[in-house]
Ligand binder design. Structure first.
Ligand code: XLS
Ligand code: NI
Ligand code: NI
Length: 437
């Protein structure tokens, strides 16, 4: 039985194609900088938006047409969704997927029953992976939807909720390992606060760190070898989320002795919610050796929330791929489309249009980034801009040969600093435009 009878396997047809359900740039075996596009991009479909999203918003319930849904949250429908998901991913030709425990299986009336439901679906996921070759990029636990997490999970004022969360993440880790998941993600969810008047900030941060230390201990105990990834987000649903952005999260991890055990999963829309560009967040993570994976989406700059749109902007994808190529790839990480079709795009085929366009935008971004790197123009401009540090007093400062007194002597003798040169921003932007095609 087919759930998408009208959609064939998406072919690669080249840049001249006008077929909306064909790749114009994503040619998995095509080599760029000595590696296939498949290896560079490591695309993942996210289970929660693509197979659980119905298009609801604060003003109305979901109205997506999903003929395979029977309106229940039964185990039967969870198992049917696995078939939907794998048909979709096979047709797309995507190598990975990501999930939260509660996306794939429904909660039971207690933790024992909930774990049993999860095991039943995991069995089917495992079989489907073996049959199709599609793999799990990362797993995670939903510690935010159920009412018990109203005050947070590991940062809840209710110690029992901390305990429940520990049990849930323990299970999610086991399941991720069972499915050969290549990473495990921690997104803060409700780990933050809405008002400081009722919040013991220090105690909550201590608890968050304690929880992450326990997760690291358990990871080692069961021999899960994939990276642990923190996914920063500044707010939503809380007013202030503890993993605010990469810089803030790195300070937290270092402060609690956790920085060697974690990297980041950087999400575009979270970067912009923190009033950073994605380029900033990626670069900050990368220069600190912390860039592990990417939640590839985009926000709507006119709206102030996590709209999770599919990425189609070539400046964004090119800049993202520049940082990724610059650090020699994402290792075990990948590009996860943490993105949802608009409420107005309610037909099943829209799920294909969304992914095909986003994959193509990244494939094109990869080619653009590789062309920029090959010419070396941009790196030349930047290294020339810092040329004063390559010799003379600059090189001496970098080598630790100066202090305030010696620099005063130097400048008193010289009288004034050398003249500055232009930053040439407009010229550089024009150069970048030459590559965007
Ligand atoms: C929410 C997050 C979430 C994580 C996984 O804003 O992006 O979807 O990626 O928990
Ligand atoms: Ni995300
Ligand atoms: Ni998000």
């Amino acid at each position: 039985m087919s759930f998408f009878p009208d959609v064939p396997k998406i072919p690669y047809e080249g840049s001249e194609s006008t077929n909306p359900l064909a790749y114009r740039h994503y040619n998995p075996d095509e080599r760029v900088e000595g590696r296939s596009m498949r290896e560079h991009l490591r695309f993942a479909v996210c289970y929660w938006h693509t197979f659980r999203g119905m298009g609801g918003d604060p003003f109305g319930p979901g109205c997506a047409v999903r003929p395979w849904e029977d309106g229940t949250d039964s185990l039967d429908s969870a198992l049917r969704r696995v078939d939907v998901a794998f048909e979709f991913m096979e047709k797309l030709g995507v190598p990975y997927y990501c999930f939260h425990d509660r996306d794939v299986a429904t909660e039971g009336k207690n933790l024992t029953e909930t774990n049993k439901n999860l095991d039943a679906v995991v069995k089917k996921l495992k079989e489907s992976q073996a049959r199709t070759g599609i793999k799990l990029l990362w797993g995670t636990a939903n510690l935010f939807s159920n009412a018990r997490f109203v005050h947070g999970a590991s940062t809840s004022c209710n110690a029992d909720v901390f305990a429940y969360s520990a049990a849930q993440v323990k299970k999610a880790l086991e399941v991720t390992k069972e499915l050969g998941g290549e990473n495990y993600v921690f997104w803060g969810g409700r780990e933050g606060y809405v008002t400081l008047w009722n919040t013991d900030l220090k105690r909550e941060l201590d608890h968050l760190a304690k929880f992450l230390h326990m997760a690291v201990d358990y990871k080692k105990k069961i021999g899960f070898t994939g990276p642990f990834l923190i996914e920063p987000k500044p707010h939503e649903p809380t007013s202030h989320q503890y993993d605010f952005d990469c810089a803030n999260s790195l300070a937290f991890l270092r402060g609690y002795g956790l920085d060697k055990e974690f990297k980041f999963n950087v999400e575009t829309n979270h970067a912009t919610l923190a009033r950073h560009t994605m380029g900033h967040e990626l670069t900050y993570a990368s220069i600190n050796g912390m860039l592990g994976s990417v939640d590839a989406n985009r926000g709507d700059l006119l709206l102030g929330w996590d709209t999770d749109q599919f990425p189609t902007d070539l400046y964004l994808t090119a800049q993202t791929m520049l940082v990724i190529l610059g650090q020699g790839g994402l290792g075990a990480g990948g590009l996860n489309f943490d993105a949802k079709v608009r409420r107005e795009s309610f037909e099943p085929v829209d799920l294909f249009h969304a992914h095909v366009g986003a994959m193509d935008a990244f494939a094109q971004g990869l080619k653009i980034a590789a062309a920029i790197r090959k010419d070396g123009l941009l790196t030349d401009i930047v290294s020339k801009r810092y040329g004063s540090w390559d010799s003379g007093v600059g090189a001496e400062i970098e080598a630790g040969k100066h202090d305030f007194s010696s620099l005063e002597t130097y400048m008193l003798k010289k009288g004034d600093a050398d003249k500055n040169v232009s930053g040439r921003q407009e010229m550089i932007e024009n150069i970048i435009n030459r590559y965007i095609r």
